[in-house]
Every structure is written in C-alpha cells, then in structure tokens.
Design a protein around this ligand. Structure first.
Ligand SMILES: O=C(O)CCC(=O)C(=O)O
Ligand SMILES: [Fe+2]
Length: 281
C-alpha cells in the first residue's frame, strides 16, 4: 500500500468534503447494503451507521455534480496511473471501468474484514481512498486497518486529504468503528486481468509450505483467508453489526458455513493449520 498526504489541491479536497456533507443533508446517501449469495438465495445485510452513494447512480449524479464530473472526467488520471503502474494491468480508461463511492459514517459505523474484490464477477484491481476529515483526532475511531496475509496489521488514520492506494484483490482490511462522523471518497479501478483462473482456484499443488510466498503475494490468499483468520473475521462482524442483532447472526452463520465447507477437505484443513501457525499474532 501507499499513503500520500495532501494529495489533491487543498481547495478541491475541501470541495469534495462539502459535496459529501451536502449530499448527506439532502438524504442523498443510503444505508450500506451488501448482498451475499447463499444456497438459499441472496442474503442482504445492512451495516449500521454507514451511508453511501455510488456515482453510477443517476439520482446521486443529479444531487452531486462535483463527483458526477469526477466520474465522467477521470480518464486522464486513470490512464496516467495505468501507465505508471503497468504491473497492475489496469484498464486504462472508460467510465465503466471505475467506481466512485462516497461514504459517511458515524455513531459506530464499521466494516468487517474484507477484500474489495472478493472474487468474480468483481474486476477491481486498485482501491484509492481519499479521507476528508480535517478535525480527526485520536479517539474519534474510523481508522482503517490493513492486514497483509500472514503479516502484521497497520492502522491508518483517516486524516484530511490523505490518499491511500492498495490492491483491491490482495489486501484484507477493515474499518474500526467511527465514534465521530467521518467521510471518505473511494475510487476503484478495474484490472484487465483480475480473477483469472490461476488466482481464483486454489489447487492441490498449492497445499504445502513452498507455496506460501505465492499466497502472500497473490489474490489466491482469498480462498483460505476466512479459515486462517476466522477469529478475527468473527470479532470484526460483531464490531460492525452489533453484539446481538439479526444481521450479526446471519453474517456469522454464513462465515462459519464457509469455513466449515473449506475445512471438510483434510488436505486443506492441514494446510490451514500450518498457515495459522505462521500468523505472527
Ligand atoms: O472507509 C474506509 O476507510 C474504507 C471502506 C472500505 O473498506 C470499503 O468501502 O470497501
Ligand atoms: Fe474495503
């Protein structure tokens, strides 16, 4: 990941913050809803105290010209990034290859551990967050925590005009509950080669310690992440959905079913035990 402070011209960052606040005032942000596929059909969960707008949405465009313009006119920025980061194989241009999301949280709003690109059909390769909180102070919460696979976690403070870039399909992260209101603008750029067969399907040849360096540097890690970090996933689901809510029970049940299915394969279960033993904490 990369952190760049004072990324945007100061007046533009302030205008971005004002635009999100204005959208919040006219109820232009909707509760965060995530739809998860289950054997019984889609399951929709709502993250409490997290409000969002996706700028591909026509209503959001009408209410928020600054970010509608950003979405329309980000080709030059996207092309420049694609050229400077060729290894990422970013789609070089095109409104449909990027997502602009505005987010506002307060009163405990949090995100559990996740990858921004969990698997197909998602095509995101790069996450670019812009934090827009001039008054942020320790104790306000809302830090982003990054967890490189089998590495040490890092906490990032959501300070004004701080931009954070990381790989959408390779970096596990969560948001600590926000005590004070907190605003973020997220830009996701799609890749030309995300979720190819070789990073989606874990194979028998990967189930040994020699393959660990491959997992730590590849989206393949997603196949085993929930099992390796099961305790952390559960703790973060509680922080997000509240200690005792219907959505927490559903999210926990889904998480546990996923882990159980993985561990039914003995070779995989042994490998997960090995990976767990290599966690530094
Ligand atoms: O709010 C943040 O800092 C990050 C939010 C996030 O992880 C997401 O929208 O996927
Ligand atoms: Fe995320």
């Amino acid at each position: 990941y990369v952190i760049i402070d004072d990324f945007w011209p100061a007046e533009y960052a302030q205008a971005m913050r004002d635009a999100i606040l204005a959208l919040h005032k006219v109820d232009g942000l909707a509760p965060n809803r995530v739809s998860l596929a289950t054997s019984a059909g889609p399951l929709v969960l709502t993250k409490p105290h997290v409000f969002e707008a996706d700028m591909h949405d026509k209503t959001a465009q009408a209410l928020c010209p600054l970010f509608a313009d950003f979405l329309d006119n980000a080709d030059a920025f996207q092309t420049a990034l694609a050229q400077r980061l060729p290894a990422l194989k970013l789609v070089p241009a095109g409104r449909q290859s990027r997502t602009v999301k505005l987010q506002f949280n307060e009163g405990g709003g949090a995100f559990p551990w996740h990858y921004d690109n969990p698997s197909r059909p998602n095509a995101r390769r790069l996450t670019i967050l812009t934090y827009l909180n001039p008054d942020w102070a320790p104790g306000d919460g809302g830090e982003l925590e990054l967890l490189p696979f089998l590495g040490e976690p890092t906490r990032i403070e959501p300070r004004m005009n701080r931009v954070l870039l990381f790989l959408a399909d390779e970096l596990l992260h969560k948001v600590i509950p926000a005590v004070q209101r907190r605003m973020v603008f997220t830009l996701w750029l799609d890749g030309e080669a995300t979720n190819t067969d070789d990073v989606v399907h874990l194979k028998v040849k990967h189930l040994n310690p020699d393959a660990i360096p491959l997992l730590t540097g590849s989206p393949l890690q997603r196949s085993v992440s929930r099992a390796v970090y099961s305790d952390l996933y559960e703790e973060s689901l509680r922080a997000c959905f509240g200690a005792d809510s219907a959505d927490l029970r559903k999210a926990l049940a889904l998480h546990r079913a996923h882990v159980k299915a993985l561990l039914q394969n003995q070779a995989l279960a042994d490998f997960v035990a090995e990976l767990k033993s290599r966690r530094p904490f």
